[in-house]
Design a protein around this ligand. Structure first.
Ligand code: ZN
Length: 220
């Protein structure tokens, strides 16, 4: 397979991209100058080298000098404790009483932009497909339970399950709530989810900020 077709195959793996769009992407890249494609190659390589997954909320974030502390490089910081923690989880001014569970990084970003929530987050890594036999391979449910266990002594009193308002999101929400409810040590934690305003089929990634704010205010 030549480079053009190899790249078309890679683009076809992107979410929502079909063969025609994949082909258009490749020909678009061929039409750009070498500076553009070099920059793009460098940024893609950087995704692996400079973007880390937060060990607390599991979202992706750039590990830069502000994470590393004065006088130390990001790499040294990472090598020292092997536990990169994102800026949001490091922010001690946030409300440790509430934890919001979202499916994906894009949902975190969308909700954070509304400035309507001041607690901490947990990113599940997707929704749970209906009839999935091994849920722990699809979502970070064990990591979620560890996170709740860690946050409980810090005063955690409410978990807001903020997932898509569609069949997979609802299925995931029920699964998560059952999991948490099975643990007696979490029995005093209130579990709520986004309320009115979200119409059936809504994906949080595409939901406008006012609707998210209203759904958060009227959580049930
Ligand atoms: Zn984090």
């Amino acid at each position: 397979m030549d480079s053009i077709n190899k790249l078309i195959e890679l683009f076809r793996e992107f979410p929502g991209i079909g063969p025609r769009q994949a082909k258009r992407f490749v020909y678009f890249l061929l039409s750009k100058n070498s500076g553009y494609t070099s920059e793009m190659s460098r940024l893609i390589t950087d995704l692996r080298n400079k973007i880390h997954i937060c060990e607390s909320c599991f979202r992706f974030f750039p590990l830069n000098s502000s994470n590393a502390g004065v006088g130390r490089s990001a790499t040294a910081d990472l090598a020292k404790d092997h536990s990169p923690i994102c800026q949001t989880c490091r922010d001690t001014s946030r409300d440790s009483k509430s934890l919001m569970i979202v499916s994906r990084d894009v949902d975190f970003e969308n909700i954070e932009k509304t400035k309507a929530f001041g607690g901490y987050y947990f990113v599940l890594g997707g929704n749970l497909p209906i009839l999935e036999k091994n849920p722990e391979t699809k979502i970070r449910q064990n990591e979620l339970l560890s996170c709740i266990e860690k946050r409980t002594p810090e005063g955690l009193s409410e978990i807001i399950v903020a997932l898509d308002y569609n069949p997979e999101g609802e299925h995931t929400r029920e699964h998560i709530e059952n999991l948490i409810r099975k643990e007696p040590q979490f029995s005093t934690i209130k579990i709520s989810h986004l309320g009115r305003g979200l119409s059936t089929g809504s994906e949080l990634e595409y939901t406008d900020h006012d609707t998210i704010k209203n759904a958060l205010r009227s959580r049930i």
